[in-house]
Design a protein around this ligand. Structure first.
Ligand SMILES: [Zn+2]
Length: 279
């Protein structure tokens, strides 16, 4: 599933491709992608004649801002956008086509069909699902060490599921939680009450640093992720533990261990991330 860096990369490339374009009509081939309004024809009718002003991001969601409407799009497992000439035949698994009046289409393709689109009046999107319960943005100024610690320290969940929960901090998924915990030398099954002040500080810094570096590299291409222009992200080459089972730990050389935490495949160095606090 694309995480913050991948969605941010899609946003940055998409904005170059579609900002300022006017939608003439919309074709919905797979109604279940459209979650709001319930009737896909109503969705298509509402968008006809609107111009895309900008593309923003909230957590792992794209916010496509039009004149008078906001389209909230989640790529889930394998959703992707691309811009094509309207007369080019649509690729297999293309489910929604936004036909612009300049002879091009923005096309949404999704092999797994888990992606969603919700249409809102501007501002309304923050008050209703799926955006209404989202937590703090880790790359924004509001994500201070103090706020981060206050939000998490009273929880009783293990650190990994806690960081994956989008109601506390948005944008982190399986890859970047493993990376951030490794860099902070914190075992994913530790609980917040066991973390020292030094560990909170390290974790806060490593979350931000990991995400910033990944955004800079255009995200990680694991399985099928590509940005809005069909290019692969490059951060997978910089991953320290994720997907590196049995490879040497970049810090101490012991083999990376893979196990399951909260139902998710998890990568750690057992020497660098002891379950018992070492600080
Ligand atoms: Zn190690």
């Amino acid at each position: 599933m694309p995480e913050l860096p991948e969605v941010e990369t899609v946003r940055r490339t998409l904005i170059e491709l579609v900002a300022g374009k006017r939608i003439a009509s919309v074709t919905v081939k797979l109604p279940r992608i459209i979650q709001r309004p319930a009737d896909p024809q109503q969705f298509a009718d509402a968008l006809a004649g609107r111009t895309i002003q900008t593309v923003e991001r909230r957590g792992k969601f794209l916010r496509i801002v039009l004149d008078g409407l906001v389209l909230v799009s989640h790529l889930r497992m394998e959703g992707r956008y691309g811009v094509f000439p309207s007369d080019e035949p649509a690729e297999l698994h293309t489910h929604v086509l936004f036909h612009f009046d300049d002879g091009t289409d923005l096309r949404y393709k999704d092999v797994r069909q888990f992606g969603t689109m919700h249409l809102f009046q501007p501002g309304e999107e923050f008050l209703l699902p799926p955006l209404n319960k989202l937590g703090i943005e880790p790359l924004e100024e509001a994500f201070t060490l103090k706020t981060f610690r206050e939000r998490l320290e009273k929880r009783t969940t293990k650190m990994k599921p806690l960081l994956l929960n989008q109601e506390h901090i948005v944008g982190l998924g399986n890859i970047y939680v493993d990376e951030a915990l490794f860099q902070a030398r914190i075992h994913p099954e530790r609980t917040p009450d066991s973390l020292s002040s030094a560990e909170w500080k390290r974790l806060h810094e490593s979350i931000r640093a990991t995400l910033e570096r990944a955004v800079e590299a255009g995200g990680s291409s694991i399985k099928s992720y590509v940005n809005g222009q069909g290019e692969m992200g490059m951060f997978q080459h910089q991953l320290l533990v994720y997907g590196r089972k049995d490879e040497p730990c970049p810090s101490c050389g012991k083999p990376i261990h893979k196990f399951v935490v909260g139902g998710r495949g998890t990568h750690i160095c057992r020497k660098c991330q002891p379950l018992k606090r070492s600080v």
